[in-house]
Design a protein around this ligand. Structure first.
Ligand code: ZN
Length: 464
């Protein structure tokens, strides 16, 4: 747990010193993604796209612009986005006949095409996805990767013949996103159905994936929307069923933001030494540091490292050798800060004993292994598993229950707080002035934290 200011300072320093993003590009909310950032995003994007395509999603690419009449076709949708839209208004100096929006999300761009593609029930389901940028003029304070104006994400869009199939798809996507977040990125998550006032504009309801940042605020890292028939009605996505009857399609859309997933991965696992990256997404999984104090040792050490390299290559490990002039201590510090999960040290004594020294970033534990016993793949998968468990434990320790306002105030800002609400507006307001209501569990009774009347359980947190 870090305070807000301490965390913010740490976070900005990590992004900058570890070459994740550079925020000095002269447009606010649009940082430059650098090597480490782009690589980590690439690993998570590939992983996610594979899972989606195994489930039958087709990759697609739609234009970045949406004509104004399409964007405005669904009333709730445009009302939800109109303050945030970037407009393309001119070609050169000539005003365009119809303005075009840079997509803030792609429902209204894609669904007129869905209507063209859907004739009979055999044309359904449609399941597509694309990894692209969307554009939103955020009016709130921007924060690199967390609140940007150019957002890198993967968005999935569907159309089904029946509501049941759409609901089934939502369950599948929940599993896929959970796998991405917890298996690949080792992030502990909560999945919450948003209160009605907080759902996606034009959706029946929205399900959100949350993780917890070190300053006690939750970060929404993905959403799934049940669109019902709102958009199929507007865009006329109709099919003829087996009896020749015309029916409207049922739709869902969803997306995790890669920037936010990256921010969460860096923040949730980080410690006072810097980043700690889960091996599955670490651009460098292992760094080899030769320890050479006397020039006469160099040849021996480097030739031994050559043998280590062969093993790493055969195990398909992403590794680097830091043979630069810095002192070993300075090198350790640098690679620890960059989050490299495993360090291999080789000095003249190690060569004599025909072994290497291994240092884990997650525990600091040091062990030795002979070349015959060097199984880096196995160590990395142990580290991956341990990091997932460490993060889960921290997350659970910061889940609270508050029976009164004093306790609610105490724990908000530390983590996610379960409490009660009577479902009356006059009590929602004071709660929402303290934090955000993440979910309402109508099946679980609890006394209202404000007025004490019988109510239902809610989860509240301070959020990004
Ligand atoms: Zn109340």
């Amino acid at each position: 747990m870090m305070d807000e200011e301490g965390f913010s300072e740490w976070y900005h320093r990590m992004l900058d010193e570890n070459q994740v993003v550079d925020i000095r590009f002269p447009v606010k909310g649009m940082p430059v993604y650098r090597g480490a950032g782009v690589k980590i995003i690439k690993y998570m994007r590939d992983y996610l796209e594979n899972l989606l395509e195994e489930d039958g999603h087709e990759p697609t690419y739609f234009p970045v612009v949406i004509p104004e009449d399409l964007l405005a076709a669904e009333a709730e949708h445009i009302a939800g986005f109109e303050d945030e839209v970037y407009w393309v208004t001119h070609s050169g100096i000539t005003p365009l006949e119809r303005r075009m929006a840079l997509r803030p999300t792609s429902e209204t761009c894609m669904y007129p095409m869905f209507a063209l593609w859907t004739r009979t029930h055999t044309d359904l389901p449609i399941k597509i996805h694309q990894s692209v940028c969307v554009y939103r003029y955020e009016t709130k304070h921007t924060r690199p990767l967390i609140r940007s104006r150019e957002i890198m994400w993967n968005e999935g869009h569907t159309a089904f013949a029946t509501r049941e199939e759409a609901l089934e798809n939502i369950e599948t996507i929940k599993k896929i996103y959970t796998k991405l977040m917890t298996e690949l990125l080792c992030l502990p998550i909560e999945i919450n159905q948003r209160p009605d006032w907080d759902k996606f504009p034009g959706a029946e309801y929205t399900i959100a994936f949350e993780t917890l940042m070190p300053d006690g605020k939750t970060l929404q890292i993905g959403t799934i929307h049940n669109l019902g028939q709102h958009f199929s009605k507007v865009f006329n996505i109709q099919y003829e069923d087996a009896n020749g009857e015309k029916k409207l399609a049922w739709q869902t859309s969803y997306g995790p933001g890669f920037g936010r997933l990256l921010a969460a991965t860096i923040s949730v696992h980080g410690d006072e030494k810097g980043m700690r990256l889960p091996p599955a997404v670490a651009p460098t999984q292992t760094v080899i540091v030769p320890i050479v104090f006397k020039e006469t040792d160099r040849e021996n050490v480097m030739s031994f490292i050559g043998k280590v390299e062969e093993i790493l290559k055969s195990q398909r490990i992403r590794y680097t050798i830091d043979a630069g002039d810095e002192r070993p201590g300075a090198k350790y510090y640098k690679w620890e800060q960059r989050g490299v999960p495993l360090r291999i040290e080789v000095g003249p004594k190690d060569v004599e004993k025909k072994h290497v020294m291994l240092v884990r970033r997650d525990t600091g534990e040091k062990t030795t292994a002979t070349l015959e016993n060097l199984d880096v793949g196995k160590m990395l998968s142990d580290i991956q598993k341990n990091m997932r468990e460490q993060a889960k434990k921290k997350f659970e320790e910061r889940t609270y229950t508050a029976k009164d306002e004093k306790n609610l105030d105490k724990h908000l800002g530390e983590g996610i707080v379960a409490t009660g609400w009577c479902m009356e507006d006059q009590c929602a307001k004071p709660i929402e002035s303290k934090g955000t209501i993440l979910s309402i569990n109508r099946d679980k009774k609890a006394k209202c934290v404000i007025c004490g009347a019988e109510g239902v359980e809610i989860k509240v947190a301070k959020t990004y």
